[in-house]
Each structure stands twice: as C-alpha cells, then as structure tokens.
Design a protein around this ligand. Structure first.
Ligand code: PSU
Ligand code: MN
Length: 300
C-alpha cells in the first residue's frame, strides 16, 4: 500500500471532481533560495486557485507521500537543509524507510498518477546535460514522460542543458513536445531557442484533447507542454550565455556530478545574475501554473 497523505483541500477537490494541478517540490528545496522558494510556492498555488483549479504540491515527509502540503509543511520543507532530492530511482526507498525528500519532475509525475492527477506545472524539466556523450548525464525526467500519463507544463529546458540532444531523446522516447502559442521551442529564460518545436498548440482545450487521445491509443506516457516565458520577464540570451558558460566551467573544475549538477548550476547562475535569473524563473512558473490550471479545467 502506498502511504498517500492528502491535504484537506486536495481531498475535498477529489471528492467533488474538481480540477487539480500537481506541483513539484525540488524546485522549492533545490531550485530556489529561501525565502523566495516558499513565497513562490505559495504564489504558484494561489495562481492555480485563481484560475479555477486546486494545487497539490507533492513531497515525501516522514515516509508519507504528501499530495498537497499545509502552510507549515511547505515552510518546513523550504527552510530545511540537506533535503533529499527524490526521483524515480529513490522514491520507493525513501517511503519504505520513513524518509523525507523533495520530488523531482519524474517523482512528482509518479505521485500525481497515483493520486489521479493528470496535469502538473513546473519551471523547467531535467534533460540531456551538455557533455552527456562523456558523462552519460541524462535526467530521469525524460524517461518518465514516456511512461507516465501526466501532462507537464514547463518553460522548455534550461540552456544549461543540451537542447538539441534533449529534443532528440524525447523524440526517440515518443514524447510529444508541444510549444504553446508559437512555432519555436522556448528556452526557459528566453521565449525562443534556435529550435523549432515538434508540435504547436494554441489552446488549452486542444492540449487536453491530445492528452485524452494518447490514452485512447493506449500510449502510456505524458506530454511536455513548452510554454514561453512572458515577454516582459525574459532575459536576453547574450546576457545569459557567458554566465551559463562560467557556471558550467566551475561545475567541471569542481567535479560536481550526479544529482548535484542541476542545483549547483542554478545556484551559480542566480549568484552571477544578482538574482535576475530567479525573478525570471518565478515569472515563468506562475505563467505555467495559469496554463496548467486551464488544461486541468478542460480535462474535468
Ligand atoms: N530545472 C529547473 N529547475 C529545477 C529543476 C530542473 O529549471 O528546479 C529540478 C526539477 O525538479 C527536475 C530536476 O526534475 O531538477 C532534474 O534534476 P536531474 O537533472 O538531476 O534529473
Ligand atoms: Mn542528472
């Protein structure tokens, strides 16, 4: 038996058949500094409510798989040091041993599916890291998208990753990558990358319809919706490119590897942009929450 623990708000929404949007917690523990992480998590939750759905932030606390967090739980997680980062490989072990940890995109998708939640909003997904031909560092998020039927709304993948390779792997795995409202694939802090998105949709209702169609075809995986950051919030790539290069070089020089790579790079980019990367990150997560709520309403 899965030790699922629903927050009262989510339990009531499930009973009433209301639309629910899942949210990950690694973005809180490893993606942003305190207190902006907790403040953002609250604003994201409220944005989902404002757009007619109920938020369910997911985390493992004391061996319980929480679907929705109370104010105190969210704050505790946001302030905790050395919280585990749980993905597909380690979520079961954490639950079995009474552990506590934040869920990545992959682990949040698994939890959402068990809770009957079909839509999930985040900032950026993990992907194929630059230099993966040597390091083999490819996020478990990509495989999860091919296996677990949850539609994930993100702002594309970060430029810290190798975007062309990430797209190739997603294509190989049969994951639909759908740009929302434009032809080009967004690149997280920038509205566009240099790559054309494989698919484009301009309406949340069509994204919901495609989600249902995959299930009707018997296809197991989800969809990746790539939602561009609002124009007023984007950071020009000529500012970011040298900073990303520097962060990558430092990670390499310091021998950062495994699960630490993504948090290290995000932290350094935050420092090197004097926090501008975080401001943009917050704006795009809120934007993704709005779209995810619309998709969830269309699925209900
Ligand atoms: N990308 C971001 N912000 C994040 C993450 C990725 O822009 O916070 C987090 C997500 O939780 C994602 C995880 O699932 O990092 C990917 O980690 P890894 O590359 O180790 O799989
Ligand atoms: Mn990795």
């Amino acid at each position: 038996m899965i030790p699922l623990h629903y927050a009262p708000e989510v339990e009531a929404a499930k009973a009433a058949g209301q639309p629910i949007v899942a949210l990950e917690s690694t973005i809180i523990t490893h993606g942003m500094p305190y207190p902006q992480n907790v403040d953002t998590a609250r604003r994201v939750e409220q944005t989902i409510r404002d757009h007619g759905a109920v938020p369910a932030t997911i985390a493992v606390i004391d061996g319980q798989l929480h679907i929705g967090l109370t104010e105190a739980e969210l704050d505790g997680l946001g302030q905790a040091k050395d919280v585990a980062k749980l993905s597909r490989a380690d979520m079961a072990a954490s639950l079995a041993t009474g552990g506590t940890g934040a869920t990545t995109v992959a682990a949040t998708m698994i939890a959402a599916r068990h809770a009957g939640i079909e839509v999930f909003a985040t900032g950026g997904i993990g992907g194929v890291h630059r230099g993966a031909e040597l390091s083999f560092d490819i996020s478990a998020d990509l495989q999860e998208l091919s296996q677990t039927a949850v539609t994930v709304v993100a702002a594309g993948a970060k430029a810290i990753l190798d975007l062309p390779k990430t797209l190739e792997v997603l294509e190989t795995l049969g994951v639909p990558v759908i740009a929302y409202g434009q032809d080009m694939l967004p690149a997280f802090w920038s509205r566009v990358s240099t790559l054309k998105a494989p698919l484009r949709m301009d309406e949340a209702s069509l994204i919901a319809k495609a989600h249902r169609m995959r299930a009707a075809l018997g296809l197991p995986g989800g969809q990746l919706i790539a939602n561009p950051i609002p124009a007023t919030d984007e950071i020009p790539s000529q500012i970011l490119t040298p900073i990303i290069e520097q962060a990558l070089a430092e990670a390499d020089a310091q021998g950062v590897d495994g699960k630490s790579v993504t948090p290290f790079l995000l932290g350094r980019i935050f420092e090197l942009t004097d926090g501008a990367s975080l401001t943009a990150n917050i704006a795009l997560v809120l934007n993704n929450a709005r779209l995810a709520a619309q998709i969830a309403r269309n699925l209900t």
